[in-house]
Design a protein. Structure first.
Length: 290
């Protein structure tokens, strides 16, 4: 927190200021209604997924219907708002939607996988929280490689091919953890953790660039906000879906280790979705160049 505050204060003098003109239109009211409805829609959808494994089906269905209704209300509000939270026309840009979908899939897979790994290390192997943290320290390799290696790869191969490689590393990470056993050593887990670190190395930064590439200056904040909303929403969905699967398996009496293997299907599905999105983006970019 302290480091972030210091960096923010140091960056302020270098942030260019908007030019103020006399004919600049006055801003309308903040889109409070839009913000409330879309937040409620996300929350009820996540709750519906999490509740699906142990709540009464009527509760789950009610939450899902409420979420759909709130999303519909959000669209209606944005169409009429003087200063909409999100211009609906902005969401028709396919390259940006691909970036948001890729970000959501990356976050969903990561959060679901991290949840399963921590449960395995602490509840099945008996590791402490500190030991588990140190075991997953290699995931931070992106802090070293992303600023040095990733830009060179993007310059050489392009934005989306590198992103595709990162999302493929995420899928490889989850696949490598599938044979998890009751007495796995750290050496057996390390390739999976390393692959996930490489996934963030090659996908996180390029997705950020893809979400702002070609976007007008006045819309950079909007696209950046949508990107990080996609990250957060994907993480919440991935965690909720993974925990729901685990709880359903536990209720059926499935052994914890077997339940972990089955629940890995959620991160795998998320990474597969991201790979499909990235492949589509690679094909589209090559068509544009042709």
């Amino acid at each position: 927190m302290l480091v972030s505050i210091v960096l923010l204060l140091l960056a302020v003098p270098f942030v260019p200021r908007d030019r103020v003109t006399s004919d600049r239109p006055k801003r309308g009211r903040a889109d409070v209604a839009g913000a409330v409805t879309v937040t409620g829609a996300f929350l009820t959808l996540i709750a519906a997924i999490e509740q699906s494994s142990h709540a009464d089906p009527i509760v789950t269905a009610s939450l899902a219907i409420t979420s759909a209704g709130l999303f519909a209300a959000f669209v209606a509000i944005e169409r009429r708002a003087q200063e909409p939270l999100v211009r609906l026309s902005f969401l028709r840009r396919m390259p940006l939607l691909r970036a948001y979908a890729g970000a959501a899939s990356l976050a969903a897979g990561f959060m679901g996988f991290q949840f399963l790994v921590v449960l395995y290390l602490q509840e099945q192997l008996g590791w402490t929280a500190l030991q588990s943290s140190l075991a997953m320290l290699v995931l931070g390799i992106d802090a070293i490689l992303a600023p040095t290696l990733t830009p060179r790869l993007v310059a050489r191969f392009g934005l989306w091919p590198v992103t595709l490689g990162g999302l493929a590393f995420a899928a490889a990470s989850f696949l490598l953890f599938l044979p998890v056993g009751p007495d796995w050593t750290y050496a057996a887990m390390f390739p999976s953790f390393l692959a996930l670190g490489l996934a963030f190395t090659f996908a996180y930064g390029p997705l950020t660039v893809a979400a702002t590439d070609g976007v007008a200056d006045e819309d950079q904040g909007l696209s950046g906000g949508l990107l990080y909303t996609a990250f957060q929403f994907g993480a919440a969905i991935g965690l909720a879906a993974t925990s729901a699967v685990l709880m359903a398996l536990a209720a059926d009496g499935t052994a914890p280790l077997e339940a972990t293997r089955i629940a890995l299907g959620v991160p795998l599905a998320a990474s597969a979705l991201g790979i499909v999105v990235a492949i589509g983006a690679v094909v589209a970019s090559r068509r544009r160049r042709a």
